[in-house]
Design a protein around this ligand. Structure first.
Ligand SMILES: [Zn+2]
Length: 413
């Protein structure tokens, strides 16, 4: 997460909340056509295991067919899984078709979970794996919640569908109708009002992605997804606790970065994107159990290093506040903590500055590859810093810290 000179916190825990889309009234499901019932009307009493298996298979068949329609570009078949009377669901699916096709979806694989019956409808959670690049090795994940009429009349059909949170946010593609342009490493998606700005942003983003790829500890992202948010979308796609000063954030699990359109006029868009894409590249698969205490300086230091690049302290944009903090206030521990929520801009920037100098020292002393592995071990896998130092850097943490602390004090002068 970042404002040009003030990156903040990023990538946090996985909090499940539910936002509903396409919520239908109960009427459609409450008045099923009772003819030719191959499956009993849903009720707790009749929902035996065998019935549930039949219902689940029927839903899976419809959803699988719908995925094939998406990849084949068949809008009618994709949207047609919803009951015509379920107008919100029809509209929601139509927007998803437009958006996912524009973004170049290449895979859409569904797994239907447990089905449950209520008095009026069948309910099923659906897990989706999808990609925005051909032959992707790490599919992205989405979750859908669905309500169904099963076997009433002639077909099994959706009466409600909405996106379920996987991770911390609802994917922007599931919330807004978007247009998109794709390059080799990045797809840029935005509401139509921002479409004119996408080509210029894509060029900057492609260059940023090349830098960020160098910080991937394992597989590099399939294709970075960059969402441009107008003010309305910025509110709707909120990550959670970003302040009004934040211009962008990364969501490594969806290989996505969201940037506020008002930040685009900044000459430092490249820096912003290198920073956020580096988060995506370096933090994929981060465990929610990993403590931020040892990891914050590594996450933000690495992202800032990708953003600013190796440079002399004299040309470091955070020089003044960082030097003041190092000379008075810093205790010599590389593990600087995240700025508090009420920290001043200057205080926050100083902490990012020390994190940058710490990671720059790791890279200078041990090389980018070993330093990136070290960040991966501590910030993604949650390995203790002592064990990670020995494994990745071949030195004790005590030695690493004292070596780099000495270098930082000397650099700052
Ligand atoms: Zn950041």
């Amino acid at each position: 997460m970042l404002r040009i000179l003030l990156p903040a916190l990023l990538i946090a825990g996985l909090i499940g909340t539910v936002v509903r889309f396409g919520r239908e009234g109960e009427e459609a499901a409450a008045n099923p056509v009772a003819a030719s019932v191959s499956v009993p009307a849903p009720s707790t009493a009749t929902a035996t295991v065998a019935v549930k298996d039949t219902v689940r298979a029927s839903i899976a068949e419809v959803m699988t067919r719908q995925g094939a329609a998406l990849l084949a570009g068949d809008r009618k078949a994709f949207v047609g899984v919803a009951a015509p009377s379920a107008k919100d669901s029809v509209a929601w699916l139509d927007d998803r078709f437009t958006t996912l096709r524009a973004m170049g979806v290449t895979r859409w694989t569904v797994t239907v979970g447990e089905v449950r019956s209520s008095a009026k409808y069948w309910e099923a959670g659906v897990d989706v794996e999808y990609c925005f690049v051909a032959n992707c090795v790490k599919p992205l994940k989405a979750g859908l919640s669905t309500h169904w009429n099963v076997g009433y009349g002639t077909r099994t059909e959706i009466t409600e569908i909405w996106d379920r949170v996987v991770g911390r946010t609802i994917h922007p593609w599931a919330q807004s109708k978007l247009t998109a342009v794709a390059g080799r490493r990045v797809v840029v998606a935005a509401p139509a009002a921002l479409a004119a700005r996408m080509p210029r942003v894509l060029a900057t983003a492609e260059a940023a992605a090349k830098v960020a790829d160098g910080f991937a500890a394992t597989d590099r992202p399939g294709r970075y997804v960059l969402y441009l948010a107008g003010e309305k979308e910025w509110d709707a796609w909120a990550y959670g606790d970003e302040g009004s000063w934040v211009d962008g954030y990364a969501n490594a699990d969806s290989e996505a970065v969201v940037v506020r359109a008002s930040a685009l006029s900044s000459a430092d868009l490249g820096m912003l994107l290198r920073h956020e894409f580096a988060h995506v590249a370096s933090l994929v698969g981060r465990s929610v159990a990993v403590s931020n205490a040892d990891a914050w300086w590594l996450k933000e230091g690495l992202a800032d290093y990708a953003g600013f690049g190796p440079r002399s302290f004299g040309s470091f944009p955070r020089r003044t506040e960082t030097a003041a903090f190092v000379r008075k206030g810093w205790n010599g521990d590389l593990r600087v903590q995240a700025p508090g929520q009420k920290a001043s801009d200057r205080t926050a920037s100083a902490r990012y500055g020390v994190a940058y100098l710490g990671v720059q020292c790791l890279i200078q002393r041990y090389g980018q590859s070993r330093a990136t592995s070290f960040v991966q071990a501590v910030a993604v896998q949650g390995v203790t810093i002592e064990i990670a130092a020995a494994r990745s850097l071949g030195a004790t943490w005590k030695t690493v810290n004292s070596t780099c602390a000495t270098q930082i004090r000397k650099t700052v002068g």
